[in-house]
Design a protein around this ligand. Sequence first.
Ligand SMILES: Cc1ncc(COP(=O)(O)O)c(C=O)c1O
Length: 412
Amino acid sequence: MAGADKRTRTADRALRERARAVIPGGMYGHQAAGSLPPEYPQFMRGGRGATVWDVDGNSYVDLMCSYGPVVLGHQHPAVEAAVAAQAELGDCQNGPAPVMIDLAELLVATVQHADWAMFAKNGTDATTMCCTIARAQTGRRRILVARGAYHGAAPWCTPRLDGTTAADRANLGYFRYNDLPSVHAAAAEAGDDLAGILASPFRHDASCDQEMVDPAFARGLRELCDATGAALILDDVRAGFRLHLGSSWEPIGVAPDLSAWSKAIANGHPLAAVLGGDAFRDGASRVFVTGSFWFSAAAMAAAVATIRALRAEDAIAAMRRYGTEIAGGILAQAAAWGFEVNYTGPVQMPYLTFRDDRGHALVSEFSAEAVRRGAFIHPRHNWFVSAAMTGEDVATVLAATDGAFAALRKHH
Ligand SMILES: Cc1ncc(COP(=O)(O)O)c(C=O)c1O
């Protein structure tokens, strides 16, 4: 691995320069490195297991996992073999391949609340479809969401309002995550127009300390939906198959009516899914939802191989184990260097903040120092641990974070 001071950015700088001329803003969306410290590369060359390389050849232990899609590690052999075999037969065709049914059957067998599955490409497709199905089934309009939660980048849910209209959000109501009275107030306001309640499995809003779900809150949502006939929709796009091999609320015993999936279900291949129970099957069969690439077979083959490998490799337990080691190491380092930190969320998807850190200045500096030392973390987004990590990777991460704390101590 290149040392902190040996890292170069020549190729990355040249690509950024070319991008500025032909890509609006040079890059857009959640992977735009422009708002990150200069230590972050924008363009990546590739990855294998838990290691990624930027275009200048610098290597990192990957704690972002492509912002969630990679769960078994980059270029997982069984997943890539399944993709190659399907691609050789056909990918984008006049109709779906049989693997679509294999995948739907596997998901229905794997996720307790699911009686059926539909497929799309991105998480936003899946959350939007869940809302459409809830409305089609109930004949009502209003969907309740937690204020500040991220459910995608369509006009009804994008966090930036540029280019959207008030009408795009006219049928949303808002509550505070883990605050049942605020949900009841929003439901009362919706009255007999309540179509659904959309929630993530835990609070993972960008730049904020994460908050685990209060099981009583999740049960309260279920009871409210049972009482009103509204759909309980779980947005498992980010957490799905990282916390549990099933819906993320199975361990607390709360079954949604509909759930949205994407990111990790095909280990980096483009796929999203909506899973639902029989009570919403009719609405799901009536909505018209589709896309030119939604039925491509290779990503579905990737998902079948991913779900099988998650089980065969006991991947959730591996992520929890490595996540626990990283959490313990970082918390001990913070204490040893005299920093007060919050390390929040599940250990497989942690996020670090510094106490009283105005404008995220300290965590930005910390993350930049960690990146310089070969641990790819993020200052304003939760991190992701993959099942491909090794003890050596954990040691590299902890050496990098220890060096980052030491560098911070010099300046603060
Ligand atoms: C919880 C959640 N829902 C929905 C989405 C949207 O997914 P996509 O970016 O694939 O459209 C994301 C993406 O980060 C997400 O984290």
